[in-house]
Design a protein around this ligand. Structure first.
Ligand code: PEP
Ligand code: MN
Length: 347
């Protein structure tokens, strides 16, 4: 960390900062120029709030942090991209990974038929909510354990790994009995106790971006999971809340290259929750892949107009199947590839 002092800083102000640095067990290196003094702070760990502490200190003009607050998610100590193997599927490698399925698990028939259709079109992982975070408590909130059992049946029938949301620490054991990947939803993305507990559960975690989350905050949330010894975190951009009301949320396509620059973790794009309208989903999905995403999460349903949640943004099976070759074409254009999952299970 570098502390740039004001030209008018007094000796006393400089000494006060140096003493504070030393009191923290860190070393202060002074560079006393003709115009101003610059203090280098060396040692580790640097307390995470040290920059804000010094910024308001008398005589300080600017504080520049050299090392990042996010250690485990950043490139500094992990200079290669993370890949995560989930059964036969690898997330974060050269291949684009597609997660698809209904917003909510509604019945065995609905979920298994969706899994078969999604797989036949090229999807690798089945998504579906059993415990649903709903904006209104009066909406359908999922089938709970029965929903998890149905997902497991769909996995048996298709060979597709499954991803489903866990909303609270007390559900982690139960959800973990069934799921291959834990999903942390946008609304829970800064529920730090949940993040820590799910980090101990020994399975990959997909962390959605919160509705108003800065990218650094998102990585710091991922740090909570990783700090528990779990390196397998996937980030998912699903749209953020802006002033715009033509879409449900605003897909922040820039998150893909920006996060790629900040972190070695895989990042996937969820165009469904960003768009809120099925007509917009294909364009946003392709934009995500063009921007360099490692994969997509897309909602699809046998009869979207009758879905118990998020029907307006769910693709029909035909729309989903039409989109996949276009994903493959865009992937190829940006040096990635997309191919259907290879499993021996009967589709
Ligand atoms: C979902 O995936 O169905 C969901 C509720 O997503 P989000 O947390 O992004 O709103
Ligand atoms: Mn949904």
């Amino acid at each position: 960390m570098i502390i740039v002092m004001e030209r008018t800083a007094t000796r006393q102000q400089i000494d006060a900062i140096v003493s504070r640095i030393q009191a923290l067990g860190l070393a202060a290196h002074l560079s006393e120029g003709e115009e101003r003094t610059i203090i280098g702070v060396v040692g580790s760990p640097l307390p995470p709030t040290l920059d804000s502490e010094f910024e308001i200190h008398a005589g300080v003009q600017q504080v520049v942090r050299i090392t990042k607050k996010y250690k485990l998610t950043g490139w500094d100590f992990h200079p290669h991209k993370t890949t995560i193997a989930v059964r036969d599927v690898v997330i974060g490698g050269d291949q684009i990974t597609v997660m698809a399925g209904p917003c909510s698990v509604e019945s065995e028939e609905q979920t298994v038929s969706t899994a078969r259709a999604a797989k036949a079109a090229g999807a690798h992982i089945l998504r579906g909510g059993a415990y649903k975070p709903r904006t209104s408590p009066y909406e359908f909130r999922g089938l709970g354990r029965r929903g998890l059992e149905i997902l497991a049946t769909a996995r048996e029938e298709t060979g597709m790994p499954i991803i489903t949301e866990v909303m609270t620490p007390s559900d982690i054991d139960e959800v973990g009995e069934f799921t291959d990947i834990f999903q942390i939803g946008a609304r829970n993305s800064q529920n730090y106790l949940l993040l820590e507990e799910v980090g101990k559960a020994g399975k990959p975690v997909m962390l959605k971006r919160g509705l108003s989350m800065l990218m650094e905050e998102w990585l710091l949330a991922a740090e909570y999971v990783m700090a528990q010894g779990n390196p397998d975190v996937i980030l998912c951009e699903r749209g953020i809340r802006t002033f715009e009301s033509a879409t449900r949320n605003t897909l922040d396509v820039s998150a893909v290259p920006v996060i790629r620059g900040m972190s070695h973790l895989p990042i996937i794009v969820d165009p469904s929750h960003a768009a809120g309208k099925r007509a917009l989903v294909p364009a946003l999905a392709l934009a995500g892949i063009a921007a360099g995403a490692d994969g997509l999460m897309i909602e699809t349903h046998p009869s979207p107009d009758h879905a118990l949640s998020d029907g307006a943004q769910s693709l029909t099976f035909a729309q989903f199947a039409e989109l996949m070759p276009r994903v493959a074409a865009v992937a190829a254009a940006v040096g990635r590839s997309f191919s259907a999952a290879e499993t021996s299970a009967v589709v």
